[in-house]
Write a protein that binds this ligand. Structure first.
Ligand SMILES: [Zn+2]
Length: 203
């Protein structure tokens, strides 16, 4: 905790002072470009990897970068999506999965979930991805299956997003675009889902 409090103090003295005009402008409202839905994993820092500033990204994070299909769970994620689309008018939604994702590892090797019933329930929203990997890629090694599951989960969550009325309506009007990314922690590389080929290609 001490490191965090020292960081806060340094932010107020240095970083805030340097960017004061930006923060003063943001004090009266926000107009972010995109909703960035990613994992809670401490190694993913959306503003760092996209080199964006405060006010640029509306961020929603949870274990496994999951967006439950509309109507399945009325919770914070669904409300955040609706608010971003309807109130803030974001033009893009990025679902960003990542390498070495603990949530995705737990889907492949569910034993630890016996002690985490809430996580286990939450990960049901990624069952579609797990099943695709189980049925089609069972012959692959553990690392390859994990990499595929991470990608398939992003694809599944993009599909889930489309079930949200706000998202569906804006997609219909051409006022919103969905993007699927996978960020590699070791290299900083990002692959994006290409709908034409159905594959993830380097960005
Ligand atoms: Zn993760």
């Amino acid at each position: 905790m001490r490191k965090i409090l020292e960081g806060l103090s340094r932010f107020q003295r240095e970083a805030f002072a340097e960017a004061r005009p930006l923060f003063e402008r943001l004090a009266s409202g926000q107009s972010p470009e995109a909703l960035f839905l990613t994992c809670s994993d401490s190694r993913i820092v959306p503003e760092l990897i996209t080199q964006t500033k405060p006010g640029d990204l509306f961020i929603c994070r949870n274990a496994g970068n999951i967006a439950p299909a509309w109507g399945e769970t009325t919770g914070g994620v669904s409300a955040t999506i609706e608010y971003a689309v309807m109130a803030l008018g974001v033009r893009d939604i990025i679902v960003c999965g990542h390498s070495d994702c603990g949530a995705m590892k737990a889907l492949l090797d569910p034993e630890p979930l016996a002690r985490m019933p809430t996580v286990a329930l939450w990960l049901k929203h990624a069952e579609c991805a797990r099943f695709v990997v189980q049925e089609n890629y069972a012959h692959l090694g553990a690392q390859d299956r994990l990499a595929l599951l991470i990608e398939q989960n992003v694809v599944a969550q993009l599909a889930n997003l489309g079930t949200h009325p706000s998202v569906a309506s804006k997609l219909h009007k051409g006022e919103l675009a969905l993007h699927g990314w996978v960020y590699d922690i070791a290299t900083g590389a990002v692959k994006a889902f290409d709908r034409t080929s159905g594959r993830f290609l380097p960005l």
